[in-house]
Write a protein that binds this ligand. Structure first.
Ligand code: AMP
Length: 490
C-alpha cells in the first residue's frame, strides 16, 4: 500500500514525502480512505502507531476546501494532555505546510492572548484540552456550532483522568450532524458504549489487540525491597547500554525526589510532571528530544504523547497502578520498529499491580536479579501477602536454565559496548545482571481469578499526574433528585 493509493491530494503527499515516510502505517491505511469519505471512525490504536497522521492527513484534505468564520472553528480535536495537544499541532504544521489552514491551541497553563486573537480571526483547526475549552465556551470566546469534524483522541486516558463529563458537555455544544473520529488505546465494553454515544455508524479500525505491548520492547521485572530501589536503578543504568531513558514514578513528589537524588549522583536528568509551568514542561521536553538531557524522571503525564525518536530505555521506578499505563509507559521505547528495553522495579507490596499487568498482557514479564541487591526480605513478602499481594515466585526449574541463558546472550553483548552519556557520570563498575528468568507458569488458582486491571475505581477524579483530587461534597455527581425544582404548594 502506498500513500498515493489512499485518496490524498498532491500537497499532502508532498508533505508526507518530505517527512520521510515511505508507506502508510496499518492504522493510516485503514482509516484514511474512510475519513476522506466522510465516515465516522472508531479506532483502537495506541500512540506510536502513526494514528495522529492517520487523522490529521485526511483532515487537512477535507478542510482545504472552505473558510473559517470568526470564533467558529471548523474542526475540533480534544486531547487529554497539553503535550499531546502540542504534538498534534506540530503534526498539522508538518503535514499542512503546503496548505493555508489556520490553527489554534487552547491548553491549560499557557498564556492565551495570541491563541484568542487567532480564534477571533477564525480557525480551521482547534486543538484543546477539555478544561480550557469549557472555560472559553463559558466566557463566550468560542462557538462550536460550526464544527464539521470532531476528534476525541486517547479516550481511555480521558476517562482515567475524569475528563469524560467535560468531553460530553463539550460535545453537547456541537452540531449533531458532523463527522466524529474516536480513538482509544483500549476498547473495553464501557468505552465502546461511550464511543457509540458520540458516533454514527462508524467504520471500526484496530491495529493492535487490546492492550498489547510492542513486540520490539524487551521487558524485565526486578523484585526488591522498597529501600533498594534507587540503588537498583543506578546499577541498571550502569549495567545497561542506556542512550536515553524515561524513569516513571507514580507520584509527582517522588518524581522530584528521585530526580534530585539522580542529580546528586551526577546524572544528566530533568524532571517532568503536571505541577510544572507549561513553558518549563515544553523546554524540558525540547532538551530531552534534542539530546541535551539524556534522562527524564516523569509522571504519567509524559507517558502519553511523548514521541522521542530512538528512546532506548524505560524504567518503571514504581509499578503503575493502572495496568494500561504500563503499556503506555513502555510504549515510549521500541517505537517505529526499533528495539527498546523496559525495566520495572517492584516491591512485594506492588506485586498485585504486576499481577494485573501480566493478566492484561496475557503473559508473565520475565524477572531478573542484580547480584549486588538482595531479593525482598521474607517478612516484607509476608506483610504484602497479608495485605492481598501474591506470594514470591517459585525458583526457576533447572530444565529452563539453558533456555534462559540463551536468552541472556544479547544482553551481555550490549553491556560490553562503550559507556553511553547517561551512565557516563556513574563510577565505572560492572554489575552482573542475571539473565531474565523464564516465565513462571501461573497457578490454576491465579488463572481462575478475574482480571484485575483497575484496582481503583475509574470514576475517581485525578489530576494530570494521576494523583487523586479531593472530591468536595458530592463532587460532580449530584443526584438527579436534588436538581429537580421543588413544586410550589398551595
Ligand atoms: P503517533 O502514533 O501518531 O504518535 O506517531 C508515532 C511516530 O510515527 C511519529 O514520530 C510519527 O512521525 C511517525 N510516523 C507516522 N506515520 C508514519 C509513517 N507512515 N511512516 C513512518 N513513521 C511514521
Amino acid at each position: 500500500m502506498r500513500f498515493a493509493d489512499l485518496g490524498l491530494g498532491p500537497e499532502v503527499l508532498k508533505a508526507v514525502e518530505e517527512a520521510g515516510y515511505l508507506e502508510p502505517t496499518p492504522i493510516q491505511a485503514q482509516a484514511i480512505p474512510h475519513i476522506l469519505m466522510g465516515r465516522d471512525v472508531l479506532g483502537t490504536a495506541q500512540t506510536g502507531t502513526g494514528k495522529t497522521a492517520g487523522f490529521t492527513l485526511p483532515m487537512i484534505e477535507i478542510l482545504a476546501a472552505g473558510r473559517a468564520k470568526a470564533r467558529m472553528p471548523r474542526s475540533l480535536i480534544i486531547e487529554p494532555t497539553r503535550e499531546l495537544a502540542d504534538q498534534v499541532a506540530r503534526n498539522f504544521e508538518t503535514y499542512g505546510k503546503f496548505h493555508k489552514l489556520s490553527m489554534a491551541l487552547l491548553i491549560g497553563g499557557v498564556g492565551m492572548a495570541e491563541q484568542e486573537k487567532r480564534l477571533d480571526r477564525g480557525v480551521d483547526v482547534l486543538i484543546v484540552t477539555p478544561g480550557r475549552l469549557l472555560d472559553m465556551i463559558e466566557r463566550g470566546k468560542v462557538m462550536l456550532t460550526g464544527v464539521k469534524i470532531l476528534v476525541i483522541d486517547e479516550a481511555d486516558r480521558m476517562m482515567d483522568m475524569g475528563f469524560m463529563p467535560d468531553v460530553q458537555k463539550i460535545v453537547s455544544y456541537l452540531p449533531p450532524i458532523r463527522q466524529t473520529l474516536f480513538f482509544s488505546a483500549t476498547m473495553p465494553p464501557e468505552m465502546r458504549r461511550l464511543a457509540d454515544s458520540f458516533l454514527t455508524n462508524p467504520k471500526e479500525v484496530a491495529v493492535a489487540p487490546q492492550a498489547t505491548a510492542a513486540a520490539t520492547v524487551e521487558q524485565a521485572i526486578l523484585y526488591i525491597s522498597a529501600g533498594d530501589k534507587r540503588e537498583a536503578l543506578r546499577q541498571l543504568l550502569r549495567a545497561e547500554n542506556v542512550r536515553n531513558a524515561i524513569v516513571f514514578c507514580n507520584r509527582k513528589r517522588d518524581v522530584n525526589l528521585l530526580h534530585k537524588s539522580l542529580l546528586k549522583h551526577g546524572l544528566n536528568t530533568a524532571e517532568l510532571h503536571g505541577d510544572m509551568a507549561q513553558s518549563a514542561r515544553m523546554a524540558t521536553l525540547e532538551k530531552f528530544k534534542n539530546g541535551e538531557i539524556s534522562m527524564l524522571v516523569a509522571s504519567d503525564v509524559a507517558a502519553r504523547g511523548l514521541d522521542v525518536q530512538g528512546l532506548s530505555h524505560v524504567f518503571n521506578f514504581d509499578v503503575p497502578i493502572h495496568a494500561e499505563d504500563y503499556v503506555h509507559r513502555i510504549g515510549r521505547t521500541g517505537r517505529a520498529g526499533q528495539s527498546g528495553h523496559a525495566f520495572t522495579l517492584a516491591t512485594p507490596a506492588e506485586r498485585k499491580y504486576v499481577t494485573a499487568i501480566e493478566e492484561m498482557l496475557g503473559k508473565p514479564i520475565p524477572t531478573i536479579q542484580l547480584d549486588a541487591i538482595a531479593p525482598p526480605a521474607p517478612e516484607e513478602e509476608e506483610a504484602a501477602e497479608a495485605r492481598g499481594g501474591r506470594r514470591k515466585r517459585p525458583a526457576r526449574a533447572k530444565s529452563e536454565k539453558a533456555e534462559t541463558e540463551k536468552a541472556a546472550r544479547p544482553r551481555r553483548g550490549r553491556r560490553e559496548k562503550a559507556a553511553q552519556p547517561v551512565m557516563a557520570a556513574l563510577p565505572e563498575q560492572t554489575v552482573p545482571v542475571e539473565p531474565p528468568h523464564a516465565p513462571v507458569p501461573r497457578t490454576a488458582e491465579a488463572k481462575k481469578r478475574p482480571a484485575k486491571s483497575r484496582p481503583e475505581p475509574r470514576h475517581q477524579r485525578r489530576d494530570e499526574d494521576g494523583d487523586e483530587r479531593p472530591v468536595i461534597g458530592l463532587g460532580d455527581h449530584v443526584p438527579a433528585f436534588l436538581m429537580r425544582p421543588v413544586p410550589l404548594r398551595g
